[in-house]
Design a binder for this molecule. Structure first.
Ligand code: PMP
Ligand code: GLN
Length: 384
């Protein structure tokens, strides 16, 4: 295999989902809902399939979806984008991440990643020949200077830094960066003249009225930020892989320059349905978030009772716990043994860190029905 693949381990999600299937364990590993999104949206997709929307869509995406994305950004965040030049449809946010990095990072360029990071980020930086510089996200909401303090950001920066990859609400920790924390990141990006690639796929999944602040809304940031999102989390269609990018024309066109050689165009019949979701079911993601909040409380309460030290997530599908109180030091060992010991699958965090700050941390998803979470907690109580 080519060197660009060397040293990149197979994704932990495949290993753990395969383990769940092989052992019949309850899968609180990979984050995907066990109930699909609204029927009304599925009907739109079926209508498009049956209605002749089966040939290539335009490279940047169908106009209706680009317009719906632009309207969404304006309605929720007051950000205005020209749907013709400043919005692009991607094959999930995953392709958005790939195309953004390939378009913006030259060999030898340094990219700042917040660790723990989503595992496609370091892989894409390596594909581009870039060098990743991790900044460790603190799990303490009261950390002095915020959870991403300026000193930590400065320590990761050099003259070769070109891009900072940000993700809030954050997978895997559930952290939703506050406006003040984002101001720190924004000032840092402006002072070092960095482009920010902001992965906001969990933008609507926040709890306890925690606001999601897109970094592009902060002063001086719209022109240097490429924002990514997708239909997957907001509407519970993770398998659809319809995503989008918004930003200033030069960044969106750069992304499209890479995307045209990756997929050229994204799946045509799901795009009208995604446009329909954004236009007609604007309230749906908030209802999902409210429901998820209850399941977060169920899972976190149960994990605490078992003796785990849990960080209560402010958003996303995930809660992170420290397994040391249970007498374990290594999350990967813990997660590999858990299906046999207790019949449950979780995700170790250490593969999402360059430092060993995550060795004892394990992620659990609560995007499952209450009965499934209850069953997992029951098993964990008796398996320990
Ligand atoms: N970024 C983050 C942080 C994620 O958790 C996910 C979900 N797998 C993605 C990107 C990928 O999104 P999509 O399914 O739209 O490609
Ligand atoms: N975002 C999901 C998670 O973190 C899915 C990951 C994946 O399928 N690569 O669990």
């Amino acid at each position: 295999t080519a060197r660009r693949l060397h040293g990149i381990p197979p994704t932990i999600f495949s290993e753990m989902s395969a383990l769940a299937v092989a052992t019949g364990a309850v899968n609180l590993g990979q984050g995907f809902p066990d109930v699909d999104g609204p029927d009304e949206i599925i009907k739109e997709a079926v209508a498009a399939l049956e209605g002749g929307r089966n040939q290539y869509a335009p490279g940047p995406g169908i106009p209706a979806l680009r317009e719906a994305v632009a309207a969404h950004q304006a309605r929720h965040y007051g950000l205005t984008f020209d749907p013709a030049r400043e919005v692009a449809v991607t094959t999930g946010a995953t392709e958005g991440i790939a195309a953004a990095i390939l378009a913006l990072v030259d060999p030898g360029d340094e990219v700042i990643l917040v660790e723990p990071y989503y595992d496609s980020y370091p892989a894409m930086v390596q594909f581009a020949g870039g060098v990743r510089r991790p900044v460790t996200l603190s799990l303490d909401p009261d950390a002095p200077g915020g959870r991403l303090p300026r000193e930590a950001l400065e320590a990761a920066a050099s003259a070769k830094t070109t891009v900072l990859l940000l993700n809030s609400p954050h997978n895997p920790t559930g952290t939703v960066l506050t406006r003040e924390e984002l101001e720190t990141v924004a000032a840092f990006a402006r002072d070092h003249d960095l482009t920010v690639v902001s992965d906001e796929v969990y933008e609507h999944l926040t709890f306890d009225d925690t606001p999601h602040v897109p970094i592009a809304t902060l002063p001086g940031m719209r022109e240097r930020t490429l924002t990514l999102s997708s239909i997957g989390k907001s509407y519970s269609f993770t398998g659809w892989k319809v995503g989008w990018a918004t930003g200033p024309e030069h960044l969106v066109q750069a992304l499209l320059g890479a995307k045209q050689w990756l997929t050229f165009t994204s799946g045509a019949p799901l795009q009208p349905a995604a446009a329909y979701a954004l236009e007609h079911l604007d309230h749906w993601p908030r209802e999902l978030a409210l429901d998820l909040q209850g399941r977060r409380d169920l899972l976190c309460g149960g994990l605490k009772e078992i003796g785990l030290d849990v960080t209560i997530p402010e958003g996303t599908y995930f809660a992170v716990s420290d397994i040391e109180p249970l007498g374990w030091a290594d999350g990967l060992e813990f997660c590999r043994a858990l299906p046999e010991r207790a019949g449950v699958v979780a995700i170790p965090l250490q593969g999402f860190y360059d430092t060993d700050a995550g060795k004892h941390l394990v992620r659990w998803t609560f995007t499952k029905q209450r009965e499934v979470i209850e069953e997992a907690l029951e098993r964990l109580t008796h398996g320990n």
